[in-house]
Design a protein around this ligand. Structure first.
Ligand code: ADE
Length: 231
């Protein structure tokens, strides 16, 4: 799969996207992530991409032309399944949306900034508007990073143990069961015991462990996110 991200702050994303699991996924050729500096598509002498809004409103608006030029260029090179605009008034991003997007071949994510983008871009070019939560960020870059991370990590082969992505929180609308590692018993810095690992996990009995995992998942979901069980 290929993700093209259009932004006025490419440096903000490049470090993040080239590290750790996302960096390795690209090196392995499982995904291609390209970051485009919107200013490269400005015809303005000072590489401006925004202007004052008509109507005397406050703030600045991202203009049609640079975005049109950038997206037209990309569309002339390949077909895009989705052209996403990050915006607090978009559809709420969640695990099912990440799953769906991870099956796409090519997607564009346009990061919003300032007061937003000229509405005609939304009408003419954008196929999906996505929010990562009910709060307003200074720009869409963090939203693009969050989405890219959630999408790429479930592309087959990106996470070593493919099964582990399926057991994540929110796959099947259940929170994940608690996890433990060595030591079996831990004594805190203050000398008090933090308890020991549940016996069943040390039993080696696969079926019983699976049963325990499901029961724990259900119990945690019931306690912490009962709304998910209604789904
Ligand atoms: N841009 C600003 N706030 C945002 C949000 N909550 N989600 C997506 N993009 C945004």
């Amino acid at each position: 799969m290929r993700i093209d991200i259009i932004t006025v702050l490419p440096e903000l994303l490049e470090g993040f996207l080239n590290e750790s699991i996302l960096g390795r996924a690209q090196k392995k050729g499982l995904v291609e992530i390209h970051v485009h500096n919107l200013r490269d598509y400005s015809t303005n002498r000072w590489r401006r991409v925004d202007d004052y809004p008509f109507g005397g409103f406050a703030g600045m608006v991202m203009q049609c032309e640079p975005i049109d030029r950038c997206i037209s260029q990309l569309k002339s090179e390949r077909h895009y399944d989705e052209i996403i605009y990050t915006s607090p008034d978009g559809e709420q991003f969640d695990q099912p949306m990440a799953n769906t997007l991870s099956l796409k071949e090519n997607i564009i994510i346009l990061c919003g900034h300032y007061k937003g983008i000229d509405h005609r871009i939304r009408e003419q070019l954008i196929t999906k508007e996505v929010s990562i939560g009910d709060y307003v960020l200074t720009g869409g870059e963090l939203a693009a990073a969050v989405m890219t991370d959630a999408i790429v990590r479930i592309v087959p082969g990106v996470i070593g143990d493919e099964q582990s992505a399926l057991n994540d929180c929110f796959q099947d609308n259940l929170l994940a069961a608690p996890m433990y590692s060595r030591p079996k018993e831990y004594v805190g810095v203050d000398g008090k015991s933090w308890g020991s690992v549940p016996e069943i996990l040390l039993s080696g009995h696969e079926a019983k462990i699976k049963e325990w995992e499901i029961a724990q998942s259900l119990e945690r979901t019931r306690q912490l996110r009962p709304d998910l069980l209604e789904k």
